[in-house]
Design a protein around this ligand. Sequence first.
Ligand code: SF4
Length: 160
Amino acid sequence: MLKNILSGSDCASCKICCIFDKYDIWETPVLDDDLKALVSERFPEVKFVGKDGGWLFRMEEAPDGLYYCPVLDSNTGCMLGDEKPFDCRIWPYRIMELGGRQVISIASICPTMYKKPLEELCAELDKNGLADKIFAHAEKHPEIVKPYEDGYPILRVKSE
Ligand code: SF4
């Protein structure tokens, strides 16, 4: 979804958004029922936990103290390809709620996007109606909306 601003090669060489620590484990993607069913069929060993009407991958802490997404292949990246969760397709944009309003913010942990000028990050949200698509998806799947986290720059506020 962000192919014109975030190259596949940048993502392939990074994968930071698919590996979590105890401080950002809340960032794990939310799956809907259909995607959970698809993942269960392809990867029967993957386990889930329910959250707010959606599903999170159950991740066990690895010996290095990190939590690796169970559908991350260390060589090839995400094994879900274009069927990855919506959260992952819009990463590092995040949809959050602040004071009853939905906002689109950006995660500073993405080394490629976070160094881009703010105006480029905002302009990307207008291209092809990306911000509208994010808000529309959140309308159908409110489980993907996370509480606002301090330090996440807000790029867009949903109009009332
Ligand atoms: S589903 Fe794919 S893109 Fe999303 S965190 Fe897991 S490996 Fe990464």
